[in-house]
Design a protein around this ligand. Sequence first.
Ligand code: NDP
Length: 248
Amino acid sequence: TIGNYSPAPDLLRDRVILVTGAGDGIGRVAAKTFAAHGATIILLGRTTQKLEQVYDEIEAAGGPQPAIFPMDLNEARIETFEHFAEAVDQEFGRLDGLLHNASLLGQRTPIANYHYGTWQQVMQVNVNAAFGLTKTLLPLMEKSEAGSIIFTGSGVGLKGRAYWGAYAVSKFATEGLMQVLADEMDGVSEIRVNSINPGATRTNMRAAAYPAEDPQTVAAPEDIMPTYLYLMGDDSRGVSGRQFNAQG
Ligand code: NDP
């Protein structure tokens, strides 16, 4: 954790930041929080209606006008990502921040019973799409003076646990992608690459994984934003290749 970090109000002024899975849960709050600190947000997600609502909330709060890009990461192919990168280039000419947040939980079941198709979907959305987006957006991130890429991990992606199946494996892979990319950037690029484990956070995904839990007993997405702001803003310049826990 990064303790009681207090970000400057204009920490992300004039930054262009992509948030995947921006329509709900942690991604929704991260998008609004980054915008509140001055960033122009590209809202990417699969449910347009949810993205439009976040768009309206950012505008109502007086934040910079965001952009909406609906995309189902399970359906996306390399051409989809290339088309998206072209659109970002035309609109903004660069990308300063990339928060890989969208994920699928998949099944909670033993490996022996795990559905093959579900496995592939989870790996597609959580790993392959993050790779595809990263690969196609890297040239635009190089145009930023200090680009920041944040991957989203999980406790079960640091130590495996029964019945977490493809989700856990995808989160191990996410840490791997983060580490490989960070090492490649080291010394040759200003881009820093890190991962955040949000810890138990009050969202639909958490409720699906822990149906018997009282949601009020876990942290709200707002509570974990200091780590996201720290890694997205200039205070973390030079920090790369590290795994952060957003809660103690
Ligand atoms: P939610 O399920 O609440 O939100 C996930 C977001 O990702 C949704 O907006 C969802 O879109 C989007 N998404 C899912 N599949 C796709 C897809 N195929 N294409 C595009 N967008 C998609 O999850 P959380 O907010 O809880 O999770 C955010 C991140 O934090 C994830 O990476 C998760 O693994 C991680 N995490 C969460 C924890 C928690 O306790 N909440 C703990 C540890 C890690 P839509 O709204 O349309 O469904």
